[in-house]
Design a protein around this ligand. Structure first.
Ligand code: CO
Length: 460
């Protein structure tokens, strides 16, 4: 019998985030939810990552309400979210009580699969979120943030996968956020992991460098169970490879793909219209749809390259781009080869620009880099260069244990603080994650409701 390959549809989260900065409001995708629900996906990735932040910051949406509405419209498909381990959806570490309650509420509001990753691949930063996910009865997808460096060997990845299984992972995700994984690497890494554990493996990559289709194909040959794709109008470039294309090719090669072609056709027709709107208003830029092989040369994610450019532009120093680009891998090496993913990608990029513009390395250091050197982000893949660490920390001693152990519980004090303002634990969680945005959102919500009441009265 033909081996089955399953699909995760990313249009609602990663494709949306990678191509149009997560600006898709609920109303724009609502009509397609029943169609996606019928299409036969393993899961629909629809929450987490930047969606939470952007809902509050730009879309005037309650992220929790969005999740509940998606859940109601899609009763048959697993809903998946992306969670940054101890960082949850933010950029620094939170106390354990917040991580636990957040995970519990995400599952209660409709999430089935939580993909949990850490920017440094430090399993200590995954432990609490993994535990909470298993406790809540959801699928914990233990995730490797894929990168290349002298210390990121297959043996080390396999060791990590075994630890993830110990922690309760029921699937393993290889997350290649920069799209730098080539077909042979995919084949070898998937084979190595398949040999080590008997868990379903999901490969996540981006089309940025153009490798993705080939990478998926070789991963499937090596036994990968699930691949992440985006419906064609929202595929390619910094997003995922196209769902329909992968389905077509895999079927031709004799694999079983349980996707309903009528449903994916309806989705493609609909999202073409949505995409055209974003191209017309400039939200979707041709650059993000293009193939960019620079990432292969510099081993830095596409998003980082555009961040470097915009930083230099702000400082009127665009002519220093090449130097900043060359400095980036050096900073990464100094810092012990962190994978370049949120938030380490931003930290490394900013530092590289500083080193170049200051004309002296590590003369200015952000508070995030300082915290990183103190050990607040976790154990680095390789040790930080001791001289640079000393230069940055002075006499301060780096931390040895888990940083979150030093954090006081935050949920109960915040509940008290928000008495009369927060209407639910979900509100409390939004506030802890993004205090200023949540406060503004609560005000807007109240305002909106008062206006609605007036309106109803006038209408009589
Ligand atoms: Co991604």
């Amino acid at each position: 019998m033909a081996r089955k390959v399953q699909f995760v549809e990313t249009v609602l989260r990663d494709a949306n985030q990678s191509l149009i900065a997560t600006r898709l409001p609920y109303d724009k995708f609502e009509p397609m939810l029943p169609v996606i629900d019928k299409a036969g996906y393993y899961a629909a990735e629809c929450w987490g990552g930047a969606t939470f932040d952007v809902c509050l910051r730009y879309l005037h949406e309650d992220p929790w309400e969005r999740l509940r509405k998606i859940r109601a419209a899609m009763p048959n498909t697993k809903l998946q979210m992306l969670l940054r381990g101890q960082n949850v959806l933010g950029y620094s570490h939170y106390p354990d009580d917040f991580v636990r309650l957040f995970v519990a509420k995400a599952v209660e509001n409709g999430i089935d699969v939580i993909r949990i990753f850490d920017a440094l691949n430090d399993v200590n930063n995954l432990k609490v979120a993994m535990e909470a996910t298993v406790e809540a009865g959801a699928i914990a997808s233990g995730t490797i943030s894929y990168t290349t460096s002298p210390v990121h060997t297959h043996a080390n990845y396999v060791k990590m996968v075994k630890e993830l299984k110990e922690m309760g992972a029921s699937t393993i995700c290889i997350k290649d956020m920069a799209g730098i994984m080539g077909p042979q690497e995919a084949y070898d890494l998937v084979s190595a992991i398949k040999d080590a554990v008997d868990l379903p493996i999901d490969l996540h990559t981006h089309s940025t460098t153009g490798l993705a289709f080939m990478t998926y194909l070789k991963a499937v040959e090596a036994g990968v169970d699930i691949i992440d794709t985006a419906i064609s109008p929202f595929s390619g470039g910094t997003s995922q490879p196209a769902t329909e294309t992968m389905a077509y090719a895999l079927r031709q090669l004799g694999y079983q793909v349980d996707l309903d072609d009528t449903a994916t056709k309806t989705m493609a027709d609909y999202f073409k219209g949505v995409r055209d709107g974003y191209i017309a208003d400039g939200t979707m830029m041709p650059k993000s749809m293009a193939t960019d092989t620079q990432c292969l040369t510099y081993q830095v994610p596409g998003g980082m390259l555009s961040n470097l450019l915009s930083q230099l532009k702000q400082m009127n120093a665009l002519d220093r781009f090449d130097e900043a680009l060359l400095e980036t891998p050096k900073v990464r090496k100094d810092l012990g080869y962190p994978p370049l993913v949120t938030p380490t990608s931003q930290m490394v990029g900013v530092q590289a620009v500083r080193n170049v513009l200051d004309g002296q390395r590590y003369k200015t250091v952000s508070k995030e880099i300082k915290a990183y050197c103190r050990g607040e982000y976790g154990r680095t893949p390789a040790p930080i260069d001791p001289e640079i660490q000393k230069q940055i920390l002075g006499d301060e001693q780096p931390l040895t244990g888990r940083y979150a152990d030093s954090l006081e519980p935050i949920v109960e004090p915040t509940r008290k603080k928000l008495e009369g303002i927060a209407r639910s634990d979900e509100d409390v969680l939004s506030y802890i994650a993004f205090p200023n945005l949540a406060e503004k959102f609560f005000d807007e919500r109240k305002q909106r409701e008062e206006n609605e009441v007036t309106y109803t009265i006038v209408e009589g």
